[in-house]
Design a binder for this molecule. Structure first.
Ligand SMILES: [Cu+2]
Length: 161
């Protein structure tokens, strides 16, 4: 009996450890976790750069990403991608990005994204771009976005060989 209990305990610890391993590294502000922040490297003379990340609201109240700014761009807009008569267009999200309680919202190529307009320099792979995120409820935090190669489609794309 003692032995069985011990085994159950070890199994519980193993499961907890495994679950822990699956939690990706992130930065938190209030109930919001920011994971996998990255910016796409820029082609020469590109007027803007895209920024991406996952935002997880671990709280029980809805929040909202109100605005983003960076010393490295004239302004940063929060964009959505919409289909307009068969054509994909992007446009600023009026009122910011909704973050429902308990949900993870992905900013990724082809979907929600940050648009760094008027970059002060050409972002190159391997660099970092600091941005300030302002949330309605969680407050303000500064996040360092890793610059990934121009052909990256996700934050771990550069790690695949
Ligand atoms: Cu855009």
């Amino acid at each position: 009996m003692k032995h069985a209990l011990g085994a159950a305990l070890w199994a519980a610890i193993a499961i907890a450890t495994l679950a822990g391993c699956h939690r990706e590294p992130h930065q938190a502000v209030g109930a919001i976790e920011v994971a996998r922040p990255w910016v796409r490297a820029m082609a020469p003379h590109a007027p803007a750069a895209g920024g991406f990340m996952a935002l997880r609201n671990t709280g029980d109240a809805a929040d909202r990403l109100l605005s983003v700014s960076s010393a490295e761009a004239e302004r940063v807009e929060i964009h959505e991608v919409v289909m307009d008569r068969g054509v994909m267009r992007m446009r600023p999200l009026a009122g910011g990005l909704a973050l429902p309680a308990g949900a993870t919202v992905e900013l990724k190529p082809g979907g929600y994204h940050l648009m760094l307009i008027g970059p002060r320099r050409r972002f190159a792979a391997g660099e970092e771009v600091a941005m300030r995120l302002v949330f309605a409820r969680a407050g303000t935090t500064e996040v360092r976005f890793a610059v990934r190669p121009l052909d990256a489609t996700s934050a771990d794309g550069a790690a695949r060989h």
